[in-house]
Design a protein around this ligand. Sequence first.
Ligand code: AKG
Length: 385
Amino acid sequence: MQVTNTFGTHELRRLDYAAVDSDDAAEFDAAALNAVDQHGFVVIENAIDPTVCDELISQMRPYIDATPHGLHGLGGTRRVGALVARSPASHNMVTHPAVLRLVRSILSEQRLSGNAVSIRGQRGPGRKGFRYPFQLHLTQIIDVGPGGGSDEHPHALSLHRANGMWIHDFQHAGLDPQVEVMWALSDFTAENGATHVVLGSHRDQPRDGPRAYSEPTVQATMKQGSVLIWTGWSVHGAGINRSASRRLGMNINYALAFLAQEENQLLACPPELARELPVELQRLIGYRQPSGSLNYVAECQAPADSVLTPDFDVLIPGAHGHPMVQGLDGPSFAPVNQADFEEKLAALENAKRAAIERDNLEAALRIKKTISVLRRAPRLDGQSP
Ligand SMILES: O=C(O)CCC(=O)C(=O)O
């Protein structure tokens, strides 16, 4: 259905993922990009099997049920995050191939009209070697209860744009810093508050201008397993839930990887959990160096070469595990030879025993890890351990 507003004539385009076979992927991707470019939003129907949504809900149920309504502000809504750490089923959505391809076009390649990648004096469309890195920005269940969004339980956010959170004013930059994605974990209906969208609002000038807020909205109704995608410039907001049941959505946002994340993914999914994840997901949540020296750890190590390695502990000298050159590098945590190893090991074992006697298990555990690093450290005399 077409809608004419101050931004022109627009429609909420719907693409059916179930109808795509892999040979049509390029055509599907072009249609999705075109829909967002022209109208600011696209719905991908049947993007995931509804059973995955049910699995995700059951993994998140304890966290949802333990969260008060309106914890984040006003409203009859519960918002619950840290999905990558808490729900393995969410990984299917976070890394959904069609969604990631669209996000890559919009963020890495800045393919929407009027945008360009701009790196060190060069400006133009993204291409191999000339792209921005992107990463996960936020993962959040948005569970709107009956009455959520009404005058008694107003939403914390009514119609809004998402790009205002960084200090820099990006509206004149010809840049899309963020893509927002809303998965329907339950059916989204007009009655239960399906997201309202202002079609074409991403084209306002200036880009965060006020004109969209008085324009008619369209509700993005969707079946469970479908997904609505828009740019951070597109005006949107949750509807009022006038039904008797809950509307369960999952907001997964992506942004340029050199901007701070809204939900700090490295804290929401700390190294001891991230170590167990596939590399693609580790990188997506930010355990990587997106450009230059960004995100280095301690002795200028990449996350994969430090916090993601087993037993890494930032308080252990030499935990980076890199060999030292005797004479050039000075005293080393790594043992000079077998005798030095045994001396260091004996001292650590004594310290561990003393910590256990003091009932300081935290210290004992730390020393145990130190011993583990010592055992793996190279002997500086070149003899193998
Ligand atoms: O729940 C919705 O439909 C949209 C909510 C939203 O965009 C937000 O609160 O940031």
